[in-house]
Design a protein around this ligand. Structure first.
Ligand SMILES: Nc1nc2c(ncn2[C@@H]2O[C@H](COP(=O)(O)OP(=O)(O)OP(=O)(O)O)[C@@H](O)[C@H]2O)c(=O)[nH]1
Length: 600
């Protein structure tokens, strides 16, 4: 290559670089001018964007009547001003306060609306109602005896939930089997009934593969006694079965199922779940039709839906999936649809926009982004250990690891990690859980984790331990209230056995936070091309409609990035209009496939 050519190449690169900068500047100006943002979950109260946005909205909407002081949020979620009380006393106080304020823990309601309202009017009403709601929770947060979950603070995410609630006949609340009550939001069930008295909520207890049968039985009894509609499910086992995988994980669950294939504690298979969802939702629609009430939100929602799916029969039903981040909604939908349709990662909060997916001309599923509901919690570290908040948000390694050490029996930790933890000193209770520092140091010593300072690399160890806890390698589960805390031998053994099945699929000692587990990435790319054709996605922001260029790029992107609806390949829709409620309506140009085809 001659000198001139080199100069030419250099100039071309500089020119290209400058063009890119110019383009991104213009894009930024465009988005700012449109006042549009990519939808992001906001759970941290000290998130600078949230604070600015709050201040901005407060100024715009209430400058004359509200002082900004009303928006004050307690930035310290975990601290207690009263340091003299013991941990147990504090927890007792906390429980009493929680009982006292339980009724104040509501999710935001969408203010009444109708199709005649302008988009601006709707928007202002929703923002006003949302700020009122934030204020009521801010008052609760000021109570130092209470610790609130870092609940979702982005109105746009709640708007997604409102739409899913309005559209769905049956609402499926996906929860993690290891602590179902923590992930259940009773107020959401109440809200669904407020929208339509016939709507029902089904608790889908996912990750049932991480729960021994005897514990599932106890939970089944509890849910029955409390009139809660529920069923056990394992999206992971169902997807593996669908892919024809004969992994030990699947056979492990199947063995359990075969042994206890009837009764409420059984783990549903994919076809059984689809049939059950369809029949529950059909019962709701039939009842609604019989009683002649059409209180399912504004009536045009359903008629729009029917036109979207190409003139579906009146018994076409919609099942909405909601839940906390990381409980397995996307995995569940993927298993039900029969193909990876929504991104699955171990990082919570990745599904940003709700999506509708047609299983058949009679059954449509609707996947809502995961959101943290306002609830009382013992600490924010519990939220990280539960997989609800990303591990990246962890600032205090030891506090989060202590949650793990308190939950997993000492002998199980030693067995799983093949380490020996320091025994409690003679003056200490011999049954006390290991201290986080003891666990972290033993783990670092066994793995040779040393930081640049020469000290044990506790950060690296903590991340790994938490990942193992979240993925189920370190087994743990809650029992129903009123059940003894004691884990009998069969339960301990069963959990360890199941967790060892999962060992195969979830990589351990893997410092990088992968977007997919090894198991997931090992699943072959689907060859069911037509299954994509029935994809209908609703996106709120118009920047989510990709140009040809980005569509081309995204179709080549590895599944790891295949997270947001705008990156789905082969999209066959076009924005039609705004339906009056501020949501673009989407028209599908392809006939949906039926369930039989999906099974092909
Ligand atoms: N053991 C086990 N793990 C599961 C199961 N279902 C999902 N997971 C894992 O849980 C993690 C989260 O799954 P997702 O399907 O992305 O969860 P999500 O609720 O859609 O998460 P968001 O996108 O944050 O709302 C992933 O690491 C999954 O592999 C299950 O049935 N068993």
């Amino acid at each position: 290559m001659g000198k001139g050519e080199k100069m030419g190449l250099g100039r071309a690169l500089v020119k290209h670089h400058n063009q890119m900068i110019q383009q991104s500047k213009e894009k930024g100006i465009y988005y700012r001018s449109q006042r549009k943002k990519v939808l992001e979950s906001v759970t941290e109260v000290n998130d600078i964007d949230a604070v600015i946005e709050q201040a901005d909205e407060a100024h715009r909407l209430f400058s004359s009547i509200n002082s900004p002081a009303n928006l004050a949020i307690n930035l310290d979620l975990g601290s207690s001003a009263n340091s003299k009380v013991t941990v147990e006393e504090r927890r007792e106080q906390q429980k009493r306060e929680e009982a006292l304020h339980a009724s104040s823990l509501r999710i935001p309601r969408r203010p009444p609306w109708n199709a005649k309202m302008s988009v601006a009017e709707l928007d202002a009403n929703e923002k006003r109602a949302f700020l009122e709601w934030r204020r009521s929770l801010a008052r609760l947060e000021e109570n130092e005896k209470l610790v609130l979950t870092p609940f979702e603070k982005n109105l746009d995410i709640w708007r997604q939930l409102w739409r899913v609630l309005e559209r769905s006949d049956l609402l499926v609340m996906v929860v993690d089997a290891r602590d179902p009550l923590f992930y259940r939001c009773p107020d959401l069930e109440a809200y669904a009934r407020e929208i339509d008295e016939h709507k029902k909520t089904l608790l889908l207890i996912n990750k049932a593969d991480l729960l021994p049968f005897s514990v599932r039985e106890k939970w089944a009894k509890y849910f029955h006694q409390n009139g809660i509609l529920f069923l056990f499910w394992s999206a992971k086992a169902a997807s593996a079965a669908l892919e024809g995988k004969t992994s030990r994980l699947v056979s492990g669950v199947q063995n359990i199922q075969q042994e206890f294939s009837c009764g409420d504690a059984k783990v549903y298979g994919r076809d059984e779940l689809l049939a059950r969802l369809q029949s529950e939702a059909e019962d709701i629609v039939l009842l609604r039709n019989r009683t002649g009430s059409n209180s399912a939100g504004p009536s045009h929602i359903h008629s729009d839906n029917e036109s979207l799916i190409g003139g579906a029969s009146p018994l076409s039903v919609v099942v909405g999936f909601v839940g906390y981040p990381n409980v397995g909604k996307s995995s569940t939908i993927n298993a039900l649809v029969g193909e990876k349709r929504t991104g699955v990662t171990s990082t919570p909060g990745k599904t940003k926009h709700f999506q509708t997916l047609m299983i058949s001309d009679k059954l449509t599923l609707c996947d809502c982004p995961g959101l943290v509901f306002p609830s009382f919690t013992s600490s924010r570290y519990h939220m990280i250990a539960s997989g609800v908040l990303p591990i990246d948000r962890m600032t205090e390694n030891r506090e989060a690891v202590q949650v793990v050490a308190n939950q997993v029996p000492r002998s199980v930790i030693e067995d799983v990690y093949k380490i020996s933890l320091p025994k409690p000193k003679a003056h200490e209770s011999q049954s006390r859980p290991p201290l986080a520092a003891e666990l972290l140091r033993s783990y670092c010593a066994s793995r040779g984790y040393v930081a640049s300072s020469g000290l044990p690399d506790e950060t690296r160890a903590a991340r790994q331990i938490l990942k193992d806890y979240i993925h189920g390698k370190l087994p743990h589960f809650e029992k129903p209230p009123g059940t003894s805390d004691h884990i009998d031998e069969s339960e301990g053994a069963a959990t360890t056995a199941i967790s060892s099945e999962i060992d195969e699929s979830d990589s351990s000692d893997d410092e990088d936070e992968p977007s997919m587990t090894e198991y997931e990435s090992s699943l072959p790319e689907s060859n069911i091309k037509h299954a994509l054709d029935d994809l209908i996605s609703y996106d709120m922001a118009s920047e989510l409609f990709p140009s040809k260029e980005t569509t081309k790029k995204s179709s080549k992107a590895p599944h790891k990035e295949h997270r947001k609806p705008q990156r789905k390949k082969d999209r066959k829709w076009r924005v039609r209009d705004d339906g009056g409620d501020g949501m673009p309506i989407v028209r599908v140009f392809q006939k949906p496939v039926n369930a039989g085809q999906l099974n092909a």
